[in-house]
Design a protein around this ligand. Sequence first.
Ligand SMILES: [Mg+2]
Length: 311
Amino acid sequence: METLSDAGSNSSTVKLIVTDIDNTVFDWVTYYVHSFTALLRKVETITGIPYERLASDAREVFTRHGSIEYPFLIQELASVDQHYGDDIDRMLAEAVDPGRKTFLKTAESWLVPYRGVRETLEEMRRRLPEVPIVALTDAPRYVAMWKLNKLGLLPHFSAVYGLADPRIPTCERNGRVKVDPEILLKHLQQSNFGFKGRIRILPDEYEKPGTRGLKTVLMDYNLDEDPAHRGSVLWVGDNLRKDVGLGQRLGVRTAWARYGVLSDESLYRSLHEFSPVANVHKNASFAAGSPDAPQPTHTLGEFAELLNFLS
Ligand SMILES: [Mg+2]
């Protein structure tokens, strides 16, 4: 079994825990493929536009907005825009609202933490109340907090670091905002979900596997200057190349969430139908395979095993 001294640092005390969110604290691929597929099927039923066309339009929207979790997707789909023309109210009422509700309803079944995550975070808080637990993600900050809130995990975090919030869609022809006013208000009002911790929005170019996101976290907690301090940082993520690799480059201790590696081929195929190709690899991690894959300090069979590495 690994010991804390394996981290290659003099420090054996954990001073900061930083964790990825998607496929690390919950199964993102299963949640998103089920919820998003249900949304597209609903829009297909309402508009008669074939699923394949909607999926291909979705890929274009995700590429344009730089996120596969763009929340105002339906109103941005080219085929839906064409179908409703300038009748934005009808589009919002007839397609966007039911599609959105279908997504949320489906998400209720699939947006759940991995086994033991909630209890482990509670235990960490109890054992090490002075050690901050930080979420660092490539998802837009708002989307990340929305998910952590739904997962019931948000209050356990000291800080959330994510990318820029989603842009509000407007009609190219008349400049009208393409979001129901009530939803827009809800979106803006809930922007922090009552979170008391630190919120930081990172520039898009800080996306992993670049080191600048994690480096910003280290700087914020004054653990950046002295390399010896970096061994007291525990960085948890499911992606060997992105998460473990970048942790190694910064000299922090890495815990690989091996359980987050995608195992269901059919989910992978479904994800491919609507995801930009680059995003498939961004959002789903695959088993190591190659001998030059980064070697994590610790490997986790489940999230709760993190407790073994805290003194
Ligand atoms: Mg991940």
